[in-house]
Design a protein around this ligand. Structure first.
Ligand SMILES: *Cc1c(COP(=O)(O)O)cnc(C)c1O
Length: 430
């Protein structure tokens, strides 16, 4: 290649010519069947393909409209395409996408400032998902105990039915054997106790207190069946951790960012963690995770001890900053409590007519409807019937229909969605 042609090639490829690049949307029509042919089949997605969303409404390829009571899985907390998020993302998209952690960036620092100003935390670590936030939290707790107390202090207490993510460390922390089986050898040093069992927690600490470096808990178990943590259990965990020099990690990946009507759910439970993890609602649909902690604990993560390529990415942090500013207002947080009341009222009315639920529970816009004895194991049937009726809902285990809508879902959408849920219940459980 002579010098001239090299210069021509460089000039051509450096051109910012969007028109020369065909849009993939125009060139590649897709169908749901392609999922089964092309994708690793660790999911079983619904038989329609969502293509567009606005607020709490989603449309599929055929133009059918769905009311969204799922919000991803408690992710799109401001609904789809919220104007504040679209603005933050597009402004940042025209400014700076990525520089790596060899440089810091303004959106990341602004997000960290907000999180530190409004929580117990003094330091933030950013990553890309919930599992990564918990991975960082568990590594930090191990390293802290290692540096302050010695190698023997490495045991982690977690709870049965807990969900903390899908990395090998976090599935092992989780309390559902089926997610951790077949990947062995798994990381060692975990003990699972029943959730909300204060006596079991006390026994563990009495027997092994010197070896325990952390307790990791969800303030309410989401994936595990929508089981609220009792204040007594969470407070016992706090007290025992403090007494034995262990760290309390609260996994607020699903419970946080306004979902329960507080910025983070620990604020309503009278328990302050040493480490808090956030993701899901933090980015409102843009992948981002955070681990929050104190300066003292964070100090054991020196330069090079932990890291990730994308953590603190400007696009993610710009979106999360916009999400934070909308959610962290009394109007939105009080609105969550008002919506809770409306949901419970509507669900009770449905149940008075249909008698399908034996329990309605949850906090804020995070609700679990447990199916009564004749319909145990049928929550997934309700999800499918709901899709047919134009409603997106979730399960939390085989027996619980889970609702986790946008924090700012409209009154009309709540009422319309509840009507569709009633139709679906009639169809699924006839
Ligand atoms: C979803 C979830 C996770 C995992 O988050 P990912 O972003 O899927 O890795 C961890 N903990 C809790 C409580 C969750 O709900």
């Amino acid at each position: 290649m002579n010098n001239l042609s090299a210069q021509a090639i460089i000039a051509a490829t450096a051109r910012r010519d969007a028109a020369a690049v065909p849009s993939t949307a125009a060139t590649l029509p897709v169908t749901r069947a392609m999922f089964d042919e092309l994708m690793v089949r660790c999911y079983a997605p619904a038989d329609f393909v969502p293509v567009r969303g606005e607020g709490s409404r989603v449309w599929d390829q055929d133009g059918k409209m769905y009311i969204d009571f799922a919000a991803g899985v408690a992710v799109t907390s401001l609904g789809h395409c919220h104007p504040a998020m679209v603005r933050a993302l597009t402004e940042q998209a025209c400014t700076l996408w990525h520089v790596s952690n060899w440089f810091t960036n303004e959106p990341a620092l602004r997000l960290a400032q907000r999180l530190v100003d409004h929580t117990f935390a003094e330091r933030a670590f950013f990553c890309n998902s919930g599992a990564e936030a918990n991975e960082a939290a568990l590594k930090l707790a191990r390293r802290y105990a290692h540096d302050r107390h010695g190698k023997h202090k490495s045991r982690v207490i977690s709870t049965l039915n807990a969900f903390h993510g899908r990395t090998l460390f976090t599935v092992t922390a989780g309390g559902q054997a089926k997610y951790a089986e077949g990947f062995g050898p798994n990381p060692a040093g975990f003990t699972h106790i029943p959730y909300n069992d204060v006596a079991a927690l006390e026994r563990e600490f009495a027997a092994h207190g010197a070896e325990i470096c952390a307790v990791i808990l969800e303030p309410m178990q989401g994936e595990g069946g929508m089981t609220p943590g009792t204040p007594a259990f969470l407070q016992a965990a706090r007290r025992l951790c403090t007494a034995h020099g262990a760290l309390l990690i609260l996994d607020e990946i699903q419970s946080g960012m306004g979902r329960t009507g507080a910025l983070f759910s620990y604020m309503q439970k009278g328990v302050v963690p040493d480490i808090l993890t956030s993701a899901k609602g933090l980015g409102g649909g843009f992948p981002v995770g955070a681990m929050l902690t104190t300066s003292e604990i964070a100090s054991v993560f020196g330069v090079g001890v932990h890291g990730t390529t994308y953590g603190g990415n400007p696009l993610a942090c710009a979106v999360a900053g916009a999400v934070f500013d909308v959610i962290n207002t009394t109007e939105v947080l009080d609105g969550v409590k008002a919506r809770h009341a409306l949901y419970i009222e509507g669900l009770k009315a449905i149940n008075a007519r249909r008698r399908v639920f034996c329990d309605l529970r949850g906090e804020g816009v995070w609700l679990g409807c447990e199916l009564d004895a004749p319909w145990k194991g049928r929550a997934m049937d309700v999800v499918r019937a709901a899709a047919a009726a134009g409603l997106m809902v979730l399960v939390a285990g085989p027996d619980v229909v889970r609702l986790a809508p946008s924090l700012v879902i409209s009154l009309d959408e709540i009422l319309e969605g509840l009507a569709r849920l009633e139709t679906a219940l009639g169809q699924a459980l006839a």
